[in-house]
Ligand binder design. Structure first.
Ligand code: GLA
Length: 382
């Protein structure tokens, strides 16, 4: 247990009147590249960040599930474990309760539990605050129920919890990286085969840093734009007669586009197909140790998300332009978009200039003041 875990254990003891059985945690994430590809069976390359959701949990003798969150001080939830169901409960508690539901749904005998949550992952910033809470709760639940679940299987259950109980049609990227991330490494995941590979990102050795610029423009995946993108790519796959857009290779793109009468559908297709190729190109560069070569791929990814997938917003575009103008080798929006964060690959000696430039650009553009952090790939759930 680190100091933050111990602190949460103390808070739990004060609130519940007994010490927790343990404290489990899972990180937020940024995605280096491979955006809006996971629900097309494609490739992603995320890594975990330092901010984490922590869950202190203890078994209860009755069948109740009592959930408190330090981020929701007057909003405790008291549920019947046996009454958890699709879309029940709604609101913030859907995320932790969803994790409990998903384990019950595969037949795990979950006991009554007290749960106290504390998360440092900002909500709505595109850093996967929800996956962090769900994954930490799922680990806690499995431990209290005394079952061993393979981490990848647990990630899939967590996605199911988010899809079914919280009603968000997200892919598996966020849960996979929250569960499986390793310090210093990015997670290359093929979402179709679920084959995964941990890739070292020797940033320091190359004199580079990954800056994360939170624009503080907030988004919600529940607002329909995300679901809309997902419906569109599924429709395109049906029109093209493939299982998912992953099945269209870069060399087949022109021919596939010519079979789509709708220009909007052609743009959406182009994003997914070119983005999958950019992940493969990035992986090749990372394997070869050419981290600087990743910069231009980040730029192309951003342009594609902005122009073809249309999920960027001016605050993100301005931050990308400012970062690159001040010496970043590349930058892109990360996560679902419509607000949230930009990542920038920055030579260490340009970090200060980049931070200043994105602050100035936000002010000039009339956006909220951004928050800039430097992230190194962190550990997954434990
Ligand atoms: C959100 C979803 C992920 C993924 C990204 C976009 O973070 O939860 O599954 O689709 O958006 O790449």
């Amino acid at each position: 247990m680190d100091a933050a875990d111990e602190n949460l254990a103390r808070i739990f003891t004060n609130a519940v009147g007994a010490a927790p059985d343990g404290v489990w945690s899972a990180p937020g994430r940024v995605n280096l590249i491979g955006e809006h590809t996971d629900y097309s069976d494609g490739y992603v390359l995320p890594f975990a960040i330092a901010a984490r959701a922590r869950v202190a949990a203890g078994v209860r003798r009755d069948r109740r599930l009592r959930i408190r969150s330090l981020q929701r001080p007057h909003d405790d939830v008291d549920l019947e474990v046996d009454a958890l169901a699709d879309a029940t409960p709604r609101g913030w508690a859907a995320y932790p309760a969803g994790a409990v539901w998903a384990l019950r749904d595969i037949g795990v005998d979950v006991p009554g539990m007290d749960v106290v949550i504390d998360s440092s992952v900002p909500i709505g910033a595109g850093l996967s605050s929800s996956a962090a809470v769900i994954c930490a709760t799922a680990l806690a639940t499995a431990a209290l129920a005394r079952v061993e679940v393979d981490p990848l299987q647990l990630a899939l259950l967590c996605r199911r919890a988010e899809n079914v109980v919280a009603g968000v049609p997200c892919g598996v990227m966020d849960h996979a990286v929250a569960m499986l991330a390793r310090a210093g490494q990015a997670l290359f995941l093929d979402v179709r085969s679920l084959r995964l590979e941990h890739l070292w990102l020797p940033l320091q050795e190359r004199g580079l840093a990954l800056a994360v610029v939170d624009t503080n423009v907030r988004h919600s995946l529940a607002d329909g734009s995300y679901a809309d993108r997902r419906r569109t790519v599924e429709q395109i796959a049906r029109t093209l007669g493939v299982t998912a857009l992953r099945d269209i290779r870069i060399g087949e793109l022109d021919e596939a586009e010519s079979r789509l009468p709708d220009p909007l559908q052609r743009r959406r297709l182009r994003h997914v197909v070119t983005e999958n190729q950019r992940v493969l190109d990035t992986v090749a560069d990372v394997r070869a140790g050419n981290l600087a070569e990743v910069g231009p791929l980040l730029m192309q990814s951003h342009e594609s998300l902005r122009d073809d997938f249309e999920v960027s917003v001016p605050a993100l575009d301005d931050a990308v332009a400012a970062a690159v103008g001040a010496g970043a080798l590349g930058a892109r929006m990360t996560g679902a978009g419509f607000g949230g964060c930009v990542i920038a690959l920055v030579p260490v000696d340009r970090l200060e200039a980049v931070e200043r430039a994105v602050q100035d650009a936000a002010e000039a553009g009339g956006h909220p003041p951004p928050t800039v952090t430097v992230e190194a790939p962190a550990d997954g759930a434990h």
